[in-house]
Design a protein around this ligand. Structure first.
Ligand code: ATP
Ligand code: MG
Length: 565
């Protein structure tokens, strides 16, 4: 491709609204342009990269035995009503009507659509397993689209759905996808960390997310180098230290604490560390009140709380409800109460000695509170977030925290959709059974951004060869007609030998052309300049490391093949 005939609007300056490196570089290197908030135009160079990633994904999915479909993007409301998600998907789902008033969703995901399609295509155990996938657009009305294509309103996803006769089959399908994902990301030049992920309140058992470690990642990972435990913070467990401080239990006393409500207020008032407080927060879990009691220095993990209560939805109780359920305004609730409210204690509460807690009355706290004596720990669960330095749940070593970008997600769904949407097959003995599902997603555009986050320097992008928009960046510096004709001949020769060549044939200075080549980041740059016309030696410069090799025309193709690797 001749740059003189190509749309390649590179920029010297960072765009003002781009806060992460991948976003800046995608704009500056002429890969994308913003259409409107959370929506992007892929320019020819950017689309080439997306297609490379898509090709790798397709290749590995096919190799793993999955079958490619193409599904409608408009999904009938009836499908979503069957599964119950027409109500529960909320405002993230774009909904539209046709001229007859029929309702549809612009698919944010395709569980229902694939379940319905496959339901009509299988009838016997002989038809299973099925793994159906597509590479197609998803629409999500994200609250905060940001970081360029990392979180956008419209993006390309590879989504796959497996249907198996039983759990053993599902395990095989899941492991096959796990292996395929590892290969996909490796081929894309991405270092990923597979972490245990939350399976949500929707049932499902195993789930893993593929994370790319990055400072700009929105996910928080807890990692243990001693035993290899890796989990998303939403899911991560940790071992509670069972060291009781060497204190004798005091008597429980009332302390007047007018206006002392927050943990910070309490730390100032009582002059002690936050972990001494029994933070007692009231939630509404599927309509019923529940009080969560955790150490004052810990944050409540609402996903864990939902799982522990068995509720699909937990929300902070409004102030008036807190007063009604606990007898005290917000800030003064506590587990020493006569009210009949369900209380969930974090595992760490049991070992508190001489804790401080709200007295279930306005402006009063109790000090010297001891579990087992002043209140009974009836229902215990893991309801707090793990933090940096917490003990690994598997081996007890200190864990550390890393931020990550989620590029892929694999999930054992279980029977949620096959049951609600009545999918069945006959098994070997002629009995009707419900297949079990898994689902597996990769964000193609987000993967592209994550690759850049892992591969750049102060000059620009450094594409791994497997996903580079072109193989070779040919820079012509010839001035007269003869020199230009000779450079054109090299360009033609390379194309004939099967290379994808971006040919900078513009009338511009060497410095300008080199800066563009570094910004765009194609693995090898070939420079045809003065040296070539005098000695017959051209320069091949590797984008990564900037090493320079002298190459003659006759050996160019062979040398390029090894250099690109
Ligand atoms: P997130 O927690 O980041 O919103 P998700 O859990 O909603 O992601 P899934 O529903 O599992 O994501 O979708 C599969 C993949 O699609 C994700 O791993 C991610 O790579 C990609 N993806 C999800 N939402 C977006 C988005 N708004 N923009 C770009 N890619 C996305
Ligand atoms: Mg999401």
């Amino acid at each position: 491709m001749r740059i003189s005939r190509y749309i390649l609007p590179t920029l010297k300056e960072d765009p003002s609204d781009a806060v992460v490196m991948s976003h800046r570089l995608m704009i500056r290197a002429g890969l994308i342009r913003k259409e409107s908030a959370g929506m992007y135009v892929y320019l020819p160079l950017g689309w080439r990269v997306l297609r490379k990633i898509i090709d790798i994904v397709r290749d590995e999915m096919d190799r793993a035995g999955a079958m490619e479909f193409l599904m409608p993007e408009l999904t009938n409301a009836e499908l979503w009503k069957e599964s119950g998600r027409w109500e529960t998907m909320g405002p993230e789902m774009f909904r539209v009507r046709d001229r007859n008033g029929m309702e549809y969703a612009l698919a944010p995901t395709h569980e229902e659509a694939f379940t319905a399609a496959v339901r009509n295509l299988i009838s016997s155990y002989r038809d299973l397993p099925v793994n159906a996938y597509q590479i197609n657009t998803k629409f999500r009305d994200e609250i905060r689209p940001r970081f360029g294509v990392i979180r956008s309103k419209e993006f390309i996803m590879k989504d796959a759905y497996s249907f198996d006769l039983d759990e053993k089959g599902l395990e095989e399908s899941y492991q096959a996808m796990r292996a395929a994902y590892r290969r996909i990301f490796e081929r894309c030049g991405l270092d990923t960390i597979p972490v245990e992920a939350d399976t949500g309140a929707m049932g499902g058992s195993d789930s893993e997310e593929f994370m790319v470690a990055s400072e700009v990642g929105e996910e928080v990972l807890l990692l243990c180098d001693s035993c290899g435990y890796k989990a998303n913070r939403e899911k991560a467990e940790y071992r509670r230290e069972d060291k009781k401080p060497g204190e004798q239990p005091d008597k429980m006393r009332e302390v007047s604490t007018p206006g002392v409500k927050t943990i910070d207020d309490l730390v100032g008032f009582f002059k002690c560390t936050a972990d001494r407080f029994l933070k007692s927060i009231v939630y509404v879990a599927d309509g019923k009140p529940v009080m969560a009691v955790v150490p004052g220095n810990r944050e409540i993990n609402e996903q864990k709380l939902a799982r522990a209560t068995g509720a699909a939805q937990v929300d902070l109780a409004p102030d008036a409800a807190v007063e009604e359920f606990t007898g005290a305004p917000v800030g003064f609730a506590g587990p020493v109460t006569k009210k009949n409210i369900r209380i969930l204690y974090d595992y760490s509460i049991k070992s508190v000695v001489n804790g401080i807690t709200g007295a279930s009355r306005k402006d009063v706290h109790f000090s010297g509170v001891n579990p087992g004596r002043d209140f009974i720990v009836q229902e215990e669960a893991d309801i707090t977030f793990a933090e940096e330095g917490d003990a690994c749940p598997k081996c007890g070593s200190a864990m550390y925290v890393k931020k990550g970008i989620e590029v892929g997600h694999i999930f054992k769904l279980g029977y949620k959709y096959t049951r609600s949407m009545n999918v069945s097959v006959l098994n070997e003995s002629g009995t009707t059974v419900t297949p079990i599902m898994g689902c597996y997603g990769i964000g193609i555009n987000r993967t592209m951004a994550a690759i850049i986050e892992q591969h750049y320097d102060d000059r620009g992008i450094i594409w791994p060869p497997s996903v580079a928009p072109f193989d070779v960046h040919l820079v012509g510096l010839g001035k007269n007609d003869g020199e230009i004709t000779e450079t054109d001949a090299i360009y033609d020769m390379l194309r004939e030998k099967g290379f994808d060549v971006l040919y900078d044939d513009r009338k511009a200075s060497p410095g300008f052309k080199f800066a563009d080549a570094d910004l765009i980041g194609i693995p090898v740059r070939i420079t045809i300049g003065k040296n070539y016309f005098q000695t017959g030696e051209m320069e091949a410069t590797l984008r990564k490391g900037q090493e320079i090799y002298k190459v003659r025309k006759a050996e160019l193709a062979d040398r390029l093949r090894t250099l690109i690797k």
